[in-house]
Ligand binder design. Sequence first.
Ligand code: AMP
Length: 191
Amino acid sequence: MLNIILFGPPGAGKGTQAAKLVARFNLIHFSTGDMLRAEIKAGTPLGVEAQKIMAKGILVSDEIVIGIIASQIELNAHSNGFIFDGFPRTLAQAVALDELLNSRNMPITATLALDVDTAELTKRILLRGKASGRADDQNEETVKKRVQEYVSKTAPLKDYYKRQGKLHTVNGIGSMDEIFDSLCNEILIIR
Ligand code: AMP
């Protein structure tokens, strides 16, 4: 079993790299952002609630995302492994994820952190928004808030995984293929 957390700020390219890693290593992709967008599209009560929060660029509650991830882990308990993309984003989420996985004897193998220059992020996301059409990628205030949320609530998780000896930093600057190769090399070393 290979359980990877793909870690990095918004706009670092986690979604693209996660999709490529899933294909290479035959893993299941868990993106809480994608799951929340699916709820919005389906018009569920959870989606209606989440949409308001996501439009502001702030994090939805730990309870909501932990609940979604718990049910997905349950549904896919016999898979080859998982890639977590955009989860965990807070200490409470990281602790909950460890509990969920350790109790099933399938702990996190490694956290791969994409190292990018945070000063460039807002520009990168706004550019991506033009192509993706994602509402929260197009509003500058929302994008800035998302980066702030990352810096204050998510970046500190690096220490959490470092203390567990599971943090592996990968250069997140370069072409999509270069970054993918670095991620694959890191996985081949740790697995
Ligand atoms: P993403 O697609 O990962 O950039 O997520 C888009 C938005 O969904 C974020 O700005 C948050 O509002 C919400 N979101 C996604 N994942 C999480 C999470 N793990 N915890 C809290 N909010 C999340």
